[in-house]
Design a protein around this ligand. Structure first.
Ligand code: SF4
Length: 251
């Protein structure tokens, strides 16, 4: 028999997002990723030897009323797979949250633990794949197995624009939402219009490979976050992250 949580939820529904999160954290669909995420959690990195790793799939995080959706690849083995929150506890997250704070989307510049009190305003952060993959490379089958979670998340949030971190996140959004015409090419600062009219903006991923080499600098990232905020109808310094203009986006 159907209960209240089985009925379709409107965008911004906190019960819908909570239900999605509980489905994600108990998922064991991908044997290779289940084994890897749990092995990393058992063996740990020496620096975190006294911590209990999360070692499970990681649900999205942010403002249920988010106008801006940020989509990356997958949790970091010793970041989100350790702390249980997207981009939390590693260098990628340091770059991401510092920028979100400078741009007015986060109430503090750091993200260290699930219970550190961080809140986002107007933004929601997620990944195309919810379990940490070996070498940060999910297989096509793993990507496809995880895809329904992103589909649900896209329908549960009142987003107006997406910022894709890296080509994997870009392709995932294009695949889920669709585009009219030729498939748009990913690039840093690239933009495309999705089939439903909402904009997609691309950024190099905030991974160490990009930030340590200077391929992606804090200024470059701030600039693309601000462009995505503008596309989503958000402005820096917002108090609760609501779009500047109240017109609903046609869904
Ligand atoms: S990657 Fe996604 S589908 Fe695969 S086990 Fe993790 S949560 Fe489940």
């Amino acid at each position: 028999m159907m209960d209240a949580t089985d009925r379709p939820h409107p965008p911004g529904s906190e019960p819908g997002l909570e239900r999605l999160a509980s489905d994600i954290v108990t998922c064991r669909r991908c044997p290779r990723l289940v084994e890897w995420r749990e092995q990393v959690a058992r063996e740990k990195r020496r620096a975190y030897d006294d911590e209990e790793y999360w070692g499970r799939p990681v649900p999205g995080f942010g403002d249920p009323q988010a106008a801006l959706l940020i989509v990356g690849l997958a949790p970091g083995a010793h970041g989100a797979n350790r702390t249980g929150r997207m981009f939390t506890g590693d260098r990628s997250g340091e770059v991401l949250y510092a920028s979100l704070h400078r741009c007015g989307l986060a109430d503090r510049p750091t993200s260290t633990a699930r219970d550190d009190g961080l809140t986002l305003r107007g933004a929601w952060i997620t990944n195309a794949v919810r379990c940490a993959p070996p070498a940060n490379r999910p297989t096509t089958a793993e990507r496809d197995a995880c895809a329904p979670y992103l589909t649900r998340e896209l329908s549960l949030l009142p987003w107006r624009a997406v910022l894709a971190l890296g080509a994997f996140g870009w392709d995932a959004v294009v695949r889920h939402v669709g585009v009219d015409g030729p498939r748009p090419r990913f690039g840093h600062g690239a933009s495309a219009t999705l089939a439903d009219g909402r904009p997609l903006i691309g950024s190099y991923h905030v991974s160490q490979q990009n930030t340590f080499t200077g391929r992606l600098t804090p200024d470059m990232f701030d600039e693309v976050v601000r462009a995505a905020m503008t596309a989503a109808g958000l402005s820096a310094g917002l108090t609760r992250g609501r779009p500047d203009d109240a017109d609903p986006v046609t869904r």
